[in-house]
Design a protein around this ligand. Structure first.
Ligand SMILES: Cc1cc2nc3c(=O)[nH]c(=O)nc-3n(C[C@H](O)[C@H](O)[C@H](O)COP(=O)(O)OP(=O)(O)OC[C@H]3O[C@@H](n4cnc5c(N)ncnc54)[C@H](O)[C@@H]3O)c2cc1C
Ligand SMILES: Cc1cc2nc3c(=O)[nH]c(=O)nc-3n(C[C@H](O)[C@H](O)[C@H](O)COP(=O)(O)O)c2cc1C
Length: 773
């Protein structure tokens, strides 16, 4: 085959040499506009997995790269006068120039034709080529020529960064955070050869502008950074080699995804590779790794299908299919890390203590978890666990085993929870006339015995017409109160768990069938009239509610107050006001469901006016030493609906009104929603609200392991973790998870003690693997 690579960066060179190595009969040319040794950038980092992959494909280059590598294990964080270090993080770095020189030399050795100092304008310059690799970097001319085919989606990110180097050899991957009179700057620093380090300085657009860096030339920018980071530089200079850049040396990162990666131009097949196809933010240093892995994958597909011109279309489809998934995974992790650095100043650096700040930094991509940190640096993690536990008020024996964050107690007002695990409210649709029965006693009783620190009852309705379904629980009469008291008393008398009451009104989502007979569908008969913020049905098949009048508001508020009073008498420990999921109070908060033109609609203040009125009335009758949490849908996942930025505004309003916690859920407001589900998918909302508003939060949604809960709580992304479905699957989720992570100090009910030892022994045996014979 005749192959032309346009652009001699890592992607073009590596693909060229791999294909030539596969079959020396291929004619391979790499065309590069720069001179052989004229290149930008400083050092690049790789993981062990990338190296292993490279070793399998061309051992010669892999060995050369490895011998030029600088390996380091430590991460050091400087902030607020503190210098903290952890080990076991295993990076390798190499200078970009060195890497390219190794690849160039290997290309020459294998017979790849290298053409330098030649600018390519179009793929049509190579009509004889069977395959053209567009490896011409992020500003790819070739990709831009066929933009309607490749559908590039480039998003320019808000932060500014400048890519510098230093002749100081840092012995750890160093993050230095500095506050100026205008805000925060951070430096990402890592050594890549004996005496040179990459030194990237990053800040937000407004801080960048406030310092006049917009008009500063390169020299001034470098001088500014040298002064700001003088302590860590310790007399060393910063160096710029961004002469190839036009305009400011400060860049915005552009996140690129392409809808399609290949195209037939009438003569040749053109395919994108490396930065021309996708970018990954430097926060996880994967741009070069992705470029090299693209080259490997395309070579692999030629090996699979056969490296002849007729196989090219199938090869390119397979290449795109495999790489798109991998790239999405890396971009996802890079996005978390990138966003962390975009908000780090005001969200974390200003608010978290240095120890917790460092934990948050280490887990920023959400790919490194608590147990993963334990594997990397047990001593550091255990010391952090002790620090965290001491903050939670536990007296820690410095020589004894530390207590993981989810098992530390939590205090709010007069409430003390034994641990941070919450059973999330879950409607069971199993009552008659709103009265809890034996099912509820067993349901809640067994979960209280199962170790959760706090149980929430399901949405408990404040009047008969506040119910979602005829099977929903209520608290509007004495019979219901007596039945609830039996359960709450059982939980208090038998277990250390605390019990929360979630009060709600279904609003426009009321008068429907129980879940297993047609969720959200109106009743076959016996429907009751609905009320909501506005007269908008939930679905086309739903009943249309009446927009609430002031008289409705007074009645419903009185119902909430009466239910709260009953709840206090019963002895519930915490009250949660259900303002989420499109139910009555939620319908006021979302612009999708609130179209009112009076003082209860139109702005955040107006939308929140009635929910806040209910909150204040309930707060007045609820005992002062007991907390109230508010459940919010922090994202409507629908065009025109609320986003986490709106949730921040609502959380502030509830905080000012006296709310103690925000329970951060999302969705179920509109049937048009397009939620992005996934592990811990709502935790970012909790993180945002907690650290931007300064209010305690509950994280919920696809949290399913102790490792998740520990990571969330340790990083300060939430104060409590709520789990719903995992508690249906396993009533003793908390006790079982404790055993799985080797925590033996969590008490089991005395009646079940003999099972604890057996359970732990079985886990230990399973972990040890099959016994011989
Ligand atoms: C300033 C800067 C510094 C960086 N430093 C690092 C770093 O330290 N660590 C890291 O992991 N990643 C770094 N990156 C990202 C990293 O360089 C890329 O992810 C990686 O190099 C992608 O490899 P590539 O081969 O796809 O593209 P590139 O490395 O960009 O290579 C593209 C090549 O094509 C050439 N070219 C472009 N257009 C034409 C044309 N029309 N004709 C001929 N030749 C052309 C370019 O000169 C270039 O050599 C940096 C990026 C930039 C912009
Ligand atoms: C069967 C079921 C019933 C639910 N009922 C309620 C409810 O009454 N009130 C509420 O706020 N959320 C309710 N939810 C939502 C859960 O509290 C929780 O936010 C959601 O299931 C995500 O958590 P998970 O991933 O741990 O299941 C319910 C969820 C389930 C699965």
């Amino acid at each position: 085959m005749r192959i032309v690579c346009i652009g001699g960066g890592p992607a073009g060179l590596y693909f060229g040499l791999l294909m030539k190595k596969e079959n020396p009969a291929h004619q391979v040319t790499v065309i590069e506009r720069n001179q052989p040794y004229d290149t930008f950038g400083w050092g690049v980092v790789f993981s062990d997995a990338t190296m292993e992959n490279m070793r399998a494909w061309d051992d010669v280059t892999a060995r050369e790269i490895e011998s030029a590598f600088n390996h380091w294990d430590d991460i050091e964080v400087l902030i607020k006068g503190r210098r903290m270090r952890t080990t076991g993080h295993g990076f390798v770095g190499i200078g970009r120039k060195k890497l390219l020189n190794i690849l160039q030399a290997r290309c020459e050795e294998l017979g790849v034709e290298l053409v330098f100092e030649t600018e390519v304008d179009s793929d049509l310059e190579f009509p004889d080529a069977d395959l053209i690799i567009a490896s011409d970097g992020i500003n790819s001319k070739i990709r831009n020529r066929y933009a309607e085919v490749f559908k590039p989606d480039m998003v320019m990110r808000p932060n500014r960064f400048i890519w510098l180097g230093s002749k100081k050899a840092f012995d750890a991957f160093t993050f230095d955070f500095r506050r100026t009179e205008h805000g925060w700057f951070q430096a990402h620093i890592y050594k890549f050869d004996e005496d040179t380090s990459t030194f990237i300085v990053e800040t937000t657009e407004d801080v960048f502008k406030a310092h006049g860096l917009e008009t500063a030339d390169e020299q001034k920018s470098v001088a500014f950074c040298e002064e700001l980071f003088s302590e860590v530089l310790d007399g060393a200079k910063l160096i710029s080699n961004s002469r190839h850049l036009r305009g400011s040396a400060w860049l915005n990162f552009g996140r690129l995804i392409c809808g399609k990666w290949s195209h037939f131009n009438g003569k040749s097949h053109v395919v994108l590779m490396g930065d021309a196809a996708h970018t990954a933010h430097f926060a996880i240093g994967s741009g070069t790794k992705l470029a090299l892995e693209d080259a490997i994958e395309l070579t692999r597909q030629f090996r699979n299908f056969g490296a002849t011109p007729d196989k090219i279309p199938a090869v390119l489809d397979a290449y795109e299919e495999v790489r798109a998934v991998d790239v999405a995974r890396i971009q996802n992790a890079a996005r978390n890390a990138m966003e962390w650095f975009e908000v780090v100043g005001s969200r974390y650096a200003d608010t978290l203590e240095p120890e917790q700040f460092m934990y948050s930094l280490l887990t920023r991509s959400q790919r490194i978890s608590h147990e993963n940190l334990r594997l990397r640096d047990k001593t550091w993690l255990e010391n952090y666990e002790r620090w965290f536990a001491a903050r939670a008020g536990i007296n820690i024996d410095p020589d004894g085993p530390p207590v993981p964050p989810m098992f530390t107690p939590y205090r709010v007002r007069g409430l003390r929870l034994e641990n941070r695990i919450v059973m999330s409210p879950m409607a069971m649709y199993s009552s008659e006339d709103g009265v809890p029965n034996d099912f509820h006693l067993v349901h809640f009783g067994s979960r209280a015995l199962g170790g959760a620190g706090l149980l929430f009852g399901e949405m408990t309705c404040v009047s008969p017409d506040a119910r979602i379904t005829p099977g929903c629980l209520g608290l509007w009469n004495d019979e219901q109160a007596a039945a609830w008291k039996r359960i709450v008393d059982f939980v208090h008398a038998t277990t250390p768990a605390k019990f929360g009451l979630q009060l709600g009104h279904a609003g426009r989502k009321g008068s429907t069938r129980v879940a297993w007979e047609g969720i959200d569908q109106p009743l076959n008969d016996g429907n009751w009239p609905l009320i909501s913020a506005s007269a908008l049905p939930y679905m086309a098949s739903s009943q249309t509610p009446r927009a609430m009048t002031r008289a409705d508001m007074d009645r419903v508020k009185a119902d909430f107050v009466a239910a709260a009073e009953r709840g206090a008498e019963i002895g519930f420990d915490i009250l949660e006001l259900h303002c989420a999921h499109g139910y009555l109070l939620s319908s006021f908060l979302s612009p999708l469901t609130n179209h009112r033109s009076d003082e209860y609609g139109g702005s955040h203040e107006n939308n929140a006016r009635y929910p806040l009125e209910v909150f204040r009335a309930v707060r007045e009758v609820w005992p002062q030493d007991k907390p109230i949490s508010v459940r919010l849908s922090c994202h409507d996942w629908t065009e025109g609906g609320n986003t986490p930025a709106d949730a921040v505004i609502y959380a502030k309003l509830f905080k000012d009104a006296g709310a103690d916690l925000i329970d951060c859920s999302s969705g179920q407001v509109s049937k048009d929603e397009k939620p992005i589900y996934g592990r811990l998918f709502q935790t970012p909302f909790s993180d945002k609200l907690r650290n931007e508003v300064g209010i305690a939060t509950v994280a919920v949604g696809a949290i399913s392991e102790a490792d998740h809960a520990n990571s969330i709580i340790a990083a300060g992304r939430a104060d409590l973790c709520a789990l719903a479905r995992p508690h249906l699957a396993d009533a003793a989720w908390t006790l079982h998870e404790a055993a799985k992570i080797g925590v033996k100090s969590i008490p089991w009910p005395k009646q079940y003690l003999s099972a604890k030892l057996q359970y732990e022994a079985n886990l230990a045996r399973a972990a040890a693997g099959p016994s011989p014979g």
